[in-house]
Design a protein around this ligand. Sequence first.
Ligand SMILES: Nc1ncnc2c1ncn2[C@@H]1O[C@H](COP(=O)(O)OP(=O)(O)OP(=O)(O)O)[C@@H](O)[C@H]1O
Ligand SMILES: [Mg+2]
Length: 493
Amino acid sequence: MRLRRRLALLFVVTPSVMIAVAFVVTWQAFRHAQERQLDHALLARAHHRAQLVARDGEQALAQETLPEAPATDLDELVQYSAIYRVDGSVVAATENLGIPPPSLQLLGFLKSANAAIPREQAGLEFSIRGNVLRGVLVHVDLDRGPGQRLLLLAASRSDIDTDTWYLVRLMAAVWVGATACALVIGWWLGGYLSRSIEVISATARRVGQGHLSERVPNTKDMAESEIRSLAEDLNDMIDQLSRLLDLSRRFVSHAAHELRSPLAALRGELELALHRPRSLEEYRAAIREALGDTERLISLAEDLLTLARLESATRRCEGSSFPLQAAFDDALRDSAAAHSSTVRIDASFLDLQIVGHRADIRRLLRNLLDNAVRHSPQDGVITVRATRRSPVPDVKAAPAQEVVLTVEDQGPGVPSELREKIFEPFFRGEKEREDSGAGLGLCIAREIVRAHGGTLTCEAGPHGGARFVVTLRGNESFAQRRTRANGEDERGN
Ligand SMILES: Nc1ncnc2c1ncn2[C@@H]1O[C@H](COP(=O)(O)OP(=O)(O)OP(=O)(O)O)[C@@H](O)[C@H]1O
Ligand SMILES: [Mg+2]
């Protein structure tokens, strides 16, 4: 069933059932209240008559008007009364009944002649000549004469039934009206809500078929805030999806381009080598060139694999704790700084421990050092510093700490508008386009830091060079742990 029909049905069925139940309860309560009211009035009047009969004898019943009786709603009703013997036979009755009144056995109020009869009974219903009556039965203790008698006082219940049926008809009319209104409102509301949802689902379907330019239209005009935010979330999701898809397309095209250049160079060198017979030395030179290109290809393939591995790591990597100094020494050995005689490295670390993967941190440091060396001037100094920062500023001895590492050079620096862009894959500055780098170094560095739950940013150094700031999760060194434990012991004492 379509959403509109379902909503309309829900909107009709729920309130109409609730209203119907409420009306049935009201109808029954009203009927019982009316009957109780009649029973009370009949009982009061019956006791009064019983006193008159006890005082004046059974002929008192012949009187139609009883001036000293308490005034009740009953006065408006025709009343019928009859005096019975205790065995159920009739003694006397008012004439307005039209026929001699039946015995109590016939009326069903007395099972047998000897059966015990309660002092008063109310709510007795019987029918005479199609007229339904409701009455009460009370004992009469005659002052003199034959002793015990029973007085039956009854009134027609037509008034109660008329009032009750009037109420039922009124409630039924209200119910029909309310149900019709609910149906109209439900149908309109169902159409209104389902229209927005259908637009959203049609958009989702089109996007699923590959039309990433589709968006849910006119989200601002959607009145329901939940549906509006659903539509806006869907639009945001499609934006994000198409952005990611665009990035991945650009990445693939860049990667193909980067792979093609060394492959084309390799083919050219091999073709040239085979073009004519060459000396052994010339063949060696050609093979060396080809080897250089092959190494570029391998390093590019490794970079791409590293990036893919880091990007697919959805969880923060845990790793183990190791000294930052050791990872730095390894990185220094691998980096261009090890072979450069034109730059000087000024590194100073505290006794710092890092939590993570040592090989990745080594790769991060190597990439930053390589860049710093590449952009440093002749005899430039590369300054590497690492400090500890407590995530809770006032608790210096907190066990979980952040390590802030900075790598700063004296090169030209990175223009402020490029400080985020340089972390994009395959981005290279104007000057570096002709270099052998692929533009993946900083992208890999940032992914490593991200996988370790830290941050990597670029800023301007105080002397105009580039400063790369890395934050990583630290850990206590043995010496720190001992100092902290001693401090706690002293406080404990
Ligand atoms: N220390 C630095 N000073 C100035 N510019 C820098 C510095 N480090 C990086 N850059 C700029 O950022 C760009 C991207 O750096 P990245 O390390 O990602 O690539 P690359 O060094 O060109 O190549 P690869 O690292 O893949 O060999 C560089 O081309 C350069 O323009
Ligand atoms: Mg680099």
